[in-house]
Design a protein around this ligand. Structure first.
Ligand code: O2Y
Ligand code: MN
Length: 583
């Protein structure tokens, strides 16, 4: 079935290490899906939901201590520590292979090893990369089947090449003390052990498509970014493509699936991706973007018909739900659902639940895995092997006071600096103090597979290759007034800001120059049909110089960790901001 010596040799080495009872090569067929689903339902790994109401849908519960990515157990394993940089956990490859090798040793005894070939990207695309994940989890196989182009197509695409990412995963004992997610960029290899949850185990996603791909992109002249991709179609039928990076939990999926407000007739937003974008310079000097994933792994709590109707429609069939509440009728519920809490159910830990029991029904990081193709707003060209040309890149964060609703950078270098200084305030949703500013450059802090200072340098080099680069903007949907009320309505009304961005790209609307960038001029953003007054808009676009001086100091403090490796272009932009603020 496989005629690829490198694949066969590697699989047989890993079989020797993990000693599974059985090895099953996955081809991605419907028959295979049915067979694996049946087996997992029989063992209780998956629960079949009400097939009349939620056809093809399944529920999975993870271990209590295994409900999110574990960043402190995630390592970049390079020969030299400086190649991982100060923002990553580092382990030497020798230590990592030895430590994890001991855990993997015999880890699949009594289990089946599934061989899961997958494509990140579209078959036949110059963007695409092949991975092969070996796993002892049917949940992983079925998720990878949604999240990637999985099965025979990947082996066909690989042919007899040895150019694939070697991904090894075992749940082992789901013991947090023996949990590691290790990346070996020098060997194009990922080893993940001791977890059965999401980003830790669906190795095509954060591990390959961001951490390993960021290293490959740097070597090969492209970029792997933590960005959604969307198309905005104006009433004249012209579509502009935008990629946007926000830290986790800032609403990327909601923005990617935005529904235009009624007061903007004729406007449409098309979804191409909600989490990851691979960006390449095209022969036309523009930057082209492709979503390498085939599925969404979206957060459940707060998803409803107001916040994201397109997501709600996407997840009505063929969806795997993780850690939500199971209702008596075999459907599901989560906090923030449109329906009121059911009278009783089984919570994400498998325990009987009532609304007054004091526990969450669904875990705050409960998830859905659903095919991108089921999204009602999916762009017809989302699988174009060349990607789509970007007009704009947006960076964003959650800042109660500092950052205006939107501003445009002066040029690519300044835009790179805006991305490099991205920050977001913590919310009640995360553990720890609220309102603490966390730096998350380009939303890549947890996902950059190499030294972040060099990553900034790569951004600057990529810009130099583009004769027609996308314009770079910053948005902040979360600015508050003195009483802590949000000033901007958000959701569908964010399209008003996207329209301003597109108008700026086309040179169709004037702007006001400020020390931090170009701001919307009076009346530049169409507020018709909103409750946003001109006074509120003044606050939304206000640049508080004192606060920006403080920001400047905080940026300098944060940059210190990179020492002399910080690119000159970033230092120059920091100085230029200081100069403009002092003027
Ligand atoms: O906790 C996890 O494993 C998932 S985190 C996640 C899932 C989908 C998209 N983005 C993220 C993220 O943390 O950025
Ligand atoms: Mn993400």
């Amino acid at each position: 079935m496989v005629q690829n010596n490198s694949v066969e040799q590697w699989v047989s080495e890993m079989v020797k290490l993990c000693t599974p009872d059985k090895v099953v090569w996955c081809n991605g067929s419907e028959e295979e899906k049915r067979r694996l689903t049946k087996e997992a339902v029989e063992t209780g790994e998956l629960i079949e939901l009400n097939q009349d109401k939620l056809p093809g849908c399944l529920l999975h519960r993870t271990a209590k201590n295994d409900v999110a990515r574990t960043e402190h157990l995630t390592f970049i394993c390079t020969s030299r520590q400086e190649d991982a940089g100060p923002t990553n956990n580092w382990m030497s490859p020798e230590e990592a292979y030895s430590k994890l090798g001991k855990i993997f040793n015999g880890s699949m005894k009594g289990r089946t090893m599934y061989v899961v070939p997958f494509i990140m990207g579209v078959p036949g695309s110059p963007f695409s990369k092949i991975g092969i994940e070996l796993t002892d989890s049917i949940y992983v196989v079925l998720n990878m089947r949604i999240m990637t182009r999985m099965g025979q197509a990947a082996l066909d695409e690989l042919g007899d090449s040895a150019d694939f990412t070697k991904c090894l995963h075992s749940k082992h004992e789901l013991d947090i003390d023996q949990r590691y997610i290790c990346h070996f960029p020098e060997d194009n290899t990922i080893w993940s052990v001791g977890s059965g949850y999401g980003g830790n185990v669906l190795l095509g996603k954060k591990c390959l498509a961001l951490r390993i791909a960021s290293c490959l992109g740097r070597k090969e002249g492209w970029m792997a970014e933590h960005m959604l991709i969307l198309g905005v179609e104006n009433p004249q039928g012209e579509t502009h493509y935008i990629a946007a990076a926000f830290p986790s939990a800032c609403g990327k999926t909601n923005l990617a699936m935005l529904i235009p407000p009624e007061s903007m007739p004729g406007w449409k937003v098309w979804t191409l991706g909600d989490d990851i974008a691979w960006l390449r310079p095209g022969p036309d000097g523009r930057l082209w973007a492709l979503n390498p994933e085939a599925g969404f792994f979206g957060v459940m709590p707060g998803t409803n018909m107001k916040s994201n109707p397109n997501a709600m429609r996407t997840i009505q069939k063929n969806t795997i739900y993780t850690n939500v509440l199971l209702k008596e009728d075999g459907t599901i519920w989560w906090e923030g659902h449109d329906d009121p809490a059911p009278g009783r159910g089984i919570d994400w830990q498998g325990q009987p639940w009532t609304p007054v029991c004091g526990e969450k029904g669904a875990h705050p990081n409960s998830r859905f895995t659903a095919p991108v193709s089921q999204c009602p707003s999916i762009a017809s060209n989302w699988e174009n092997p060349q990607g789509v040309p970007l007009s704009a890149i947006i960076f964003g964060g959650r800042r109660a006071k500092l950052a205006p609703l939107v501003y445009q950078s002066f040029n690519w270098q300044h835009g790179t600096f805006v991305g490099a200084t991205m920050a977001s305030e913590t919310t009640a949703a995360a553990l720890g103090a609220q309102g603490v500013v966390r730096r998350d450059p380009m939303a890549m802090i947890p996902f950059c597979g190499y030294n972040m200072a060099e990553y900034f340098g790569h951004w600057l080099e990529m810009g130099a290759k583009l004769t027609n680069p996308p314009k770079i903007f910053h948005v902040n949907w979360f600015r508050q007034d003195e009483d802590g009320n949000f000033l901007w309505p958000g959701f569908g009304d964010n399209l008003r800001v996207l329209k301003w961005i597109i108008d700026r790209c086309g040179g169709n609307v004037p702007a006001e120059e400020s020390p931090i960038g170009y701001l919307p001029a009076n009346g530049g953003i169409n507020l018709e049909g909103t409750d946003v007054s001109d006074e509120m808009m003044d606050v939304l676009t206000y640049v508080d110089k004192d606060a920006w001086y403080e920001e400047l100091r905080s940026q300098a403090e944060w940059f210190k960790q990179f020492g002399y490796t910080l690119p000159l272009g970033i230092l120059k932009e920091h100085e230029a901001l200081a100069f403009r603020l002092a003027k």
